[in-house]
Design a protein around this ligand. Structure first.
Ligand code: XMP
Length: 511
């Protein structure tokens, strides 16, 4: 496996993902971890990531000496590369100007194994303000930018390799080749990480840990909880109790679909709770988005807890399974996101309240690996590749007060939009697509009659991580069909608008 040491770069997760993509399992730890408690021999190589620091900052962080002394191959990226040069006696200079974006670099030692498969000149992603002015002794330069800035270097004897650019970024054209060279050729890491392998191992681990005891899982209809259910089902079958709280604010038929799928394919016990009336009454008269989110989140937890407690009593449940994925693990270990933009509805804190032990079968997987695992287990592609859907569901897609009569209008419009997106073969090409209900009336003509009805907003987003995103530039013809069908087929809608704002400054959801 590869161990990635995170110095706070936005791109650190991409390093871990790149490594896994070329078949080498990877883990991420923070730079201030206690390395004496980590078994360094379990790793075949280390990466020192980039980060916002400058080596000249008073509190700039060094490279853990234990790693440097391990004798294992190390790749230093951006800040890592500057830090290595600085510690080895070179000179790093700060500049006011930040170099950001695609940059051409030229190899000066094209025969070096790190650059096997590269062209003499290639595009890479640069993102830095400091640069290495003088290389320390015992190091060779491997590449420069067209501006003459050192772009890559390596130690003559020790297995230290450093790049000023970001090979983990898609914008570095031969990034994958660099990872293959570093991991497979230089570090000789076995390329044995694959989903069938993970599946087999994880099923063994789960069986061993759980034995003949019973597990509780909250099923939400989302990919993570479904894949968690599937792998637990495979490991322990009917020792699994899944509670599905239907708040009535899912997409049309979504609750039924999930239920039908689970019943047809799994041995687990499914406990479905229809709580739509409670949710609707709790939302009466509430307009404020944050208040709506809080109400739904709180009621969801209460409903789940009540059912969970019954199940725990009657079936002597020992474990609570959660669909936590690796990005959540890394984020919370590093202090989490900086600022609360919207209170996301999640169910942290449940294990303590229920006195259950936590099982997290997806804890080591990134989102696209969760999907790959789902596919490896034969779950329907349509379920596995589904766009994300927020916990509070349509609550936050009906602007202002959620009235019962708005829900079927929005569900119908949303179904048409998805249907057209699928027909155009574009569903997988966008990251998220949905309709929002605007309780704003405008005038139209339907047939020979004047209409004065509500508005549907269509939102389609292209994004890698949903932290930022751009509105999808869909062909006009597809948008036209969506608009025409919604106005013609959905009662009480006289206008459809397309959301052309990016995130930031807008968020993806409207509330
Ligand atoms: P925003 O609107 O914050 O959304 O740009 C970013 C992503 O998160 C989803 N989202 C949520 N997911 N619970 C969730 O599980 C929530 O409360 C929630 N709010 C937003 C949103 O759909 C998008 O994918």
């Amino acid at each position: 496996a590869l161990l990635v040491i995170d110095y706070g770069s936005q791109l650190t997760q991409l390093i871990a993902k790149r490594s896994r993509k070329v078949g080498v399992y990877s883990q991420v730890v923070a730079y201030d971890s206690d390395f004496s408690t980590i078994d360094l021999n379990a790793y075949c190589a280390f990466v020192i990531s980039g980060g916002p620091m400058s080596v000249h900052d008073a509190d700039a962080q060094g490279i853990p000496p234990a790693l440097l002394a391990s004798g294992k191959p190390m790749l230093f990226i951006c800040y890592g590369a500057q830090r290595l040069a600085h510690e080895a006696g070179g000179r790093v200079e700060s500049s006011q100007k930040r170099e950001f974006g695609a940059t051409l670099i030229r190899l000066v030692k094209p025969e070096h194994p790190l650059f096997c498969g590269w062209q003499m000149e290639s595009k890479v992603l640069m993102s830095h303000s400091d640069h290495i002015e003088v290389l320390p002794d015992a190091f060779d330069a491997l590449a420069y930018t067209d501006q003459g800035v050192l772009a890559a270097y390596a130690h003559r004897e020790k297995p230290y390799y450093a790049v000023q650019f970001h090979p983990e970024s898609e914008d570095t054209v031969h990034g994958e080749a660099l990872f293959i060279n570093f991991l497979q050729t230089i570090a000789r890491a076995p390329a044995n990480w694959s989903m069938p392998y993970y599946l087999e191992e994880e099923v063994k681990v789960l069986r061993e840990r759980i034995g003949d005891r019973q597990v509780l899982l909250g099923l939400s209809g989302g990919v993570d909880s479904l894949v968690s259910a599937a792998i637990l089902d495979r490991a322990i079958g009917n020792q699994l109790y899944c509670v599905f709280v239907d708040h009535g604010l899912m997409r049309a038929n979504e609750a039924q679909q999930v239920r039908a799928y689970v019943e047809a394919h799994f041995n687990l016990n499914l406990i479905q709770v229809n709580a739509s009336e409670q949710f609707l009454s709790a939302l009466v008269g509430v307009e404020d988005p944050e208040a709506k989110r809080k109400i739904v989140g709180k009621l969801f937890v209460e409903t789940f807890l009540a059912v969970a407690k019954e199940q725990i009593q009657s079936h002597h449940l020992t474990f609570l399974a959660q669909g936590t994925i690796y990005s959540d693990v890394i984020e919370s270990a590093h202090g989490g996101k900086s600022q609360l933009i919207k209170s996301h509805h999640n169910v942290g804190g449940l294990p303590e309240e229920l006195h259950l032990e936590l099982v997290e079968p997806l804890r080591y997987l990134f989102k696209d690996e969760v999907r790959a695992l789902g596919l490896a287990m034969g779950i329907d592609r349509a379920l596995v590749m589904r766009h994300p859907f927020p916990g509070p569901g349509l609550t936050i897609r009906i602007l202002g007060e959620v009235k019962a009569e708005y829900i079927p209008i929005l569900q119908h419009a949303d179904t048409i939009m998805l249907d057209e997106l699928h027909s155009a073969g574009l569903y997988d090409a966008v990251s998220q697509a949905f309709c929002v209900f605007l309780p704003v009336k405008s005038v139209g003509v339907k047939g020979d009659n004047r209409s004065y009805d509500y508005t549907i907003g269509v939102r389609m987003i292209q994004s890698d991580d949903f932290m930022t995103g751009r509105f999808a530039q869909l062909p006009w013809s597809v948008l036209e069909r969506i608009g025409a069908r919604i106005v013609n087929e959905v009662a009480h809608v006289s206008r459809v608008v397309y959301d052309i704002t990016n995130k930031p400054p807008a968020t993806i959801e409207w509330e």
